[in-house]
Write a protein that binds this ligand. Sequence first.
Ligand code: FMN
Ligand code: SF4
Ligand code: SF4
Length: 262
Amino acid sequence: MRKLAAFYFSGTGNTRFITEYLLKKLRPVYDATLFDITTKADFEGAIRGSDTLLFAFPIYGSAPPIPMRNFVHGYGQLLQDKKIILVETQYFFSGDGAASLGRTIKKYGGRIIAAEMFDMPNNLADVKIFPIKNGSEISSKLARAKRRADKFAEKILENRAHCRGFSRISHGIGYYSQRKFWWKGEAEKRAKLRIDPAACVGCGLCVKSCPVENLALPDKKASPKGHCVLCYRCVNLCPKKAITLFGKSPPKTQYMGPVSNS
Ligand SMILES: Cc1cc2nc3c(=O)[nH]c(=O)nc-3n(C[C@H](O)[C@H](O)[C@H](O)COP(=O)(O)O)c2cc1C
Ligand code: SF4
Ligand code: SF4
């Protein structure tokens, strides 16, 4: 059996959901293990012991999230000659989402054998122009994503998978429509996280849930430490809707994630 180590970052569950689904389809041929890159595990051992690696991540402004970029750079020297599968999730548009990480992996000598992009529900809960949907409202979108994963898995197993998003045109679209501006404003965006002290009841849920330990609870009020990676988990989780990131006002509806919806 071929050994596969799958590494994912997921703010609100979409990427984890579709990666778990895909791995189920690959398991007849691959001995696959799934790792959340924000937890502690023997990542080095897993990379060294696998001939195929899968990287899964949500797209942010046509760019990979900071933890996934750091992970790839951190373990880059171990990627030489590894077969790489890329899974990218997005609300509706990225241009070259999967390739945005794939190009970095290639520089470290990884060989991209398959790449797919999955349209998933929106999680930008405080951005008014993008509606948040839950429950039966997202079931058809999730079903479409699963069908795409079925086809993708089938092609991987038959060694004829595509690498979506790797054309020059996709690269240009991803870069000039979003990523160029996203890189410039990323630091500014990370500093935007606001917690309304009047609304916060000090329950600590956001502190426990933040994947990068960016939140603390001094004086029983949540407060950011300044290294938010924009994952939107806390914005969608806070029971008092006290947390805002890109929006001017707190979310009206929070995204519950695909698992609680499916
Ligand atoms: C900071 C941020 C930026 C995003 N930018 C894009 C984008 O450029 N294009 C898009 O289609 N979706 C975008 N999204 C939506 C997410 O990529 C999408 O909902 C993804 O599936 C979330 O995955 P997760 O639940 O695993 O975190 C963005 C979400 C966030 C939080
Ligand atoms: S989840 Fe909300 S209410 Fe609870 S500590 Fe965090 S900001 Fe405060
Ligand atoms: S502070 Fe919130 S949005 Fe930022 S990384 Fe932590 S959970 Fe994600």
